[in-house]
Write a protein that binds this ligand. Sequence first.
Ligand SMILES: C[S@@+](CC[C@H](N)C(=O)[O-])C[C@H]1O[C@@H](n2cnc3c(N)ncnc32)[C@H](O)[C@@H]1O
Length: 403
Amino acid sequence: MIVTIDRLGHLGDGIAPGPIFVSGVLPGEVVEGTPDGDHLLHPKIITPSPDRVKPPCRHARACGGCQLQHASDAFVAAWKQEVVANALAGQGLTAPFQPLVTSPPGSRRRATLSARRTRSGVLIGFHARASDTLAEIPDCRLLHPGILAAFPGLQALVQAGGSRTTELSLQVTLTRGGPDVSVTGGKPLDSALRLDLARLVEAHGFSRLTWDGEIVALRDRPALTMGQATVIPPAGAFLQATAEGEQALLAAVRQALGPQKRVVDLFSGTGTFALPLAEAMDVHAVEGDAGMTQALDLAARNTPGLHRVTTETRDLFRRPLEPDELKPFSGAVIDPPRAGAEAQTGRLAASAIPVIAAVSCNPVTFARDARSLTDAGYRLDWVQVVDQFRWSTHVELVARLSR
Ligand SMILES: C[S@@+](CC[C@H](N)C(=O)[O-])C[C@H]1O[C@@H](n2cnc3c(N)ncnc32)[C@H](O)[C@@H]1O
């Protein structure tokens, strides 16, 4: 069967009339393959797109970690911006776009890897697309070299504490004290395993090891720099995936807010925005996870010269800040999880806050929330796509809303 690809769906699959879904293709390409329901399998490109490039990573074919390595950077940038423009159009909104910023190759400082102990050793990598198969990725072009350098230590951890029957998940974050590793799916801890793991943490220079939620070794502080502050995040806490992405998001948030006296940071995490912003303004940071608010609070108190930083642990889905509580602030940052912030946005819409820096990892919920703000009289001044998940279909953005 031969088809011509119309467009890419939000998971990066090519869509031909039918619809027929084809992976690894680009709009305009003529493709021949074997039909299987609404999919075309084993696609052979008959007419390639001018946007097609040779995947820069030798693992691209086997590994499901990246979906768009076969597309040029310019194509991916335009596509991600279009995804946001389409989501906005779905809500009847348009906005000027600021130039997109993409994180460089080799910059992912946080990744969740899968691992398995086998008869012949240990496999660590990402899953192949929609598959149980693990692809080994020693030359991954996405991960920071610091994470790749941790692979021998990770393999030793899996050898010591993985069973042959269960796959392990390894969340690795590069910190100033060394890789901070959190493992789930390992063998139950007993005293011999604890000793083994602690020895491996020392030998391989990890900062901290968390095993199924329990901290089993702390060799050095898993310190992160946020502005002038040093944050010690709880294990598994949210962190922007690349330092470059974090800086691009922060620059756009600063630009959106402009000079302010006192702002509120909603869904603040451990202070990615709150702590650097506090170098120039008072910040009230609100976050649902008590461990993260405590980390932010401690970091602020240990950093001389910051403006006033206050923190609050609060479930912003169930108990959003009310318009009255928003009165003291001349600006707001809001960076919710993928579900968006319907309840809190409703309260912002009813508030008098003049400017909002909205950060989002989901264009659809962002557009929904932006619409409720524009319905209440806000203007959507601009949107900037920040591509910190290079070669993936994931889209992040910052927008300025004001009135
Ligand atoms: C996308 S992260 C952003 C964190 C922070 N702004 C950053 O850039 O590091 C979303 C944050 O919302 C928090 N969160 C999730 N659900 C929440 C809720 N119902 N109420 C308050 N915070 C919540 C998560 O713990 C997480 O820290």
